[in-house]
Design a protein around this ligand. Structure first.
Ligand code: CU
Length: 502
């Protein structure tokens, strides 16, 4: 078989040369030099036993998937069964340096940790519900028995608060799958996760890097911490539970073949775009696409409840943007009325549901009166004097700066020089000038090894559903990976790659 040779040929390219130079551990070197084992029947997969008897899932065959900012769900082996423990719970999550919100997710994370198994595995998922209401888990795309479908009230009793349910699967499919609560609003507050079924025989061509990105959106009112799951005006757009610039970039070495799996379990569709490369779409939520049917693109629309796998050969170095191309999905904290906050001296907030939502009562008069402060979707109706003849934002340079007290004292910022002298006479002004750019930079606040070496001020232009595919030359790749390893972060999503770094 050519697979192992292909892999070795690739492995001893640019990246492996530097491993050798840096003194690759004898064990890893031996693994890399060992001849291709015959395609034998599946034996127990290799695994790393962690404290408490947990086992990190990884296989010597398929490249493990990295779910940035989320990580994997560990498992134990009981007999011939891979046993995962998944707990639904309430959590707080920092989605951006300036925004921490209340979510429902799994094992401390929303999205929940990724489950990785291999075709042929027998898998048990022990699910516990620590939520204040009933729940059950649907296993999306699984061809399995109805009793494991997770449909509350249809295929099983809902799992009550404090209750548990055990799902068992014989994995015969392969591809990008996912789990989620089948209670719709629970799904919209974070109750979803990835379920990767690696094929028994790895896909060809071999991928050196394999990433999973969940595409999500939340509607969170200003000064609030709880997503409004019934609102459809989303103002926080996330990749793996983080909004740009907090989303962690995908780190690859020049020459790597890279797979990226997009999963969308939200309300909106997301046209995912990558700069600098033409990719092939190689898989969907229905599994692998035969190579003859792959299709090329630079943007792939990931519809709701869909997965799209794309692959590239990362031969051109650069910090390449990877983002949803919907303009409003490239922003943070979008809200139709927030502009007022920059030009008035304060406004009321926190009124009760009846008055604040404008449904039942309220003074003065009209329930959507300006006295009730900003909220998503308001101020859009007829006759509201909250509607401006301009887009959001201040009306002059000086007024703008006066209104943005948070920016007082920021050094090195000279927005006036960015703005034309006649700007206020230009219809449509301002558009982006106060919303992205130097004034929004927060490089230090999102500092992490994966961001090392990015252009200064980069974070001022990264918002919403945006991150980088960083294609690094071998020496810089080694440097960044060494910094990541040195950080010794618990449950590092990159753990499977860091093991290979000396
Ligand atoms: Cu989008």
């Amino acid at each position: 078989m050519s697979t192992r040779r292909t892999f070795l040929g690739r492995a001893f390219g640019a990246c492996s040369a530097l491993f050798a130079a840096r003194g690759l551990s004898a064990q890893v070197q031996m693994q890399m030099q060992m001849p291709m084992p015959p395609a034998a029947p599946e034996t127990k997969p290799p695994h790393t036993v962690l404290p408490h008897g947990h086992v990190m899932p990884h296989s010597s065959k398929a490249t493990p998937v990295v779910t940035t900012d989320v990580g994997d769900l560990p498992y134990t082996i009981e007999g011939s069964v891979k046993v995962f423990r998944l707990t639904a719970e309430v959590l707080r999550q920092k989605i951006h340096p300036d925004k921490t919100i209340d979510l429902w997710g799994f094992n401390g994370s929303a999205p929940g940790p990724t489950i990785q198994v291999t075709q042929g595995d027998h898998v048990r998922v022990i699910f516990e519900n620590h939520l204040p209401e009933p729940c059950s888990l649907h296993w999306h795309g699984f061809e399995d028995m109805i009793g494991n479908d997770g449909m509350p009230g249809i295929s099983q009793e809902p799992v009550k608060p404090g209750g548990r349910f055990v799902y068992e699967f014989d994995i015969h499919q392969s591809g990008t799958y996912f789990y989620h609560s089948h209670m719709a609003m629970q799904e919209m507050t974070g109750m979803l996760g990835g379920f990767i079924m690696h094929p028994r025989t790895p896909y060809q061509p071999h991928c050196d890097k394999d990433f999973l990105l969940h595409l999500q959106e939340y509607a969170v009112l200003p000064n609030n911490t709880v997503p409004n799951t019934m609102n459809m005006e989303y103002n926080w757009l996330l990749l793996n539970g983080k909004a740009g610039p907090a989303a962690t970039p995908l780190i690859v070495c020049q020459g790597d073949r890279v797979r990226i799996r997009f999963v969308n379990l939200g309300m909106d569709h997301h046209p995912m775009h990558i700069h600098g490369y033409t990719f092939q779409v190689t898989g969907t939520e229905g599994g692998r696409i035969p190579q003859t049917a792959w299709w090329p693109g630079t943007t792939v629309l990931v519809g709701v409840a869909q997965a799209r796998d794309i692959e590239i050969t990362a031969d051109r170095v650069g910090d390449w943007m990877l983002h949803c191309h919907l303009p409003h999905h490239m922003m943070n904290q979008m809200s139709s009325n927030v502009g007022r906050m920059t030009r008035t001296s304060g406004q009321p907030t926190g009124v009760d549901m009846n008055t604040g939502m404008g449904m039942l009562q309220g003074t003065p008069g009209a329930p959507s009166g300006d006295d009730y402060g900003t909220s998503l979707g308001r101020g859009m109706g007829f006759g509201s004097d909250a509607d401006m003849a301009t887009t959001n934002g201040p009306l002059s340079q000086q007024k703008g700066m006066d209104g943005m007290t948070g920016m007082a004292g920021m050094s090195g910022m000279d927005m006036a020089s960015d703005i034309a002298a006649n700007a206020n006479n230009v219809p449509g002004f301002p558009q982006d000038v106060y919303m992205e750019g130097p004034s929004m930079a927060m490089d230090q606040r999102v500092e992490k090894p994966e961001n090392f070496g990015l252009r200064a001020g980069w974070s001022g232009y990264m918002m919403g559903m945006m991150t980088f595919l960083r294609v690094l030359p071998a020496d810089k790749y080694q440097d960044v990976m060494a910094r990541m390893k040195q950080a010794q972060r618990p449950n590092d999503p990159y753990a499977s790659l860091l093991q290979k770094i000396s």
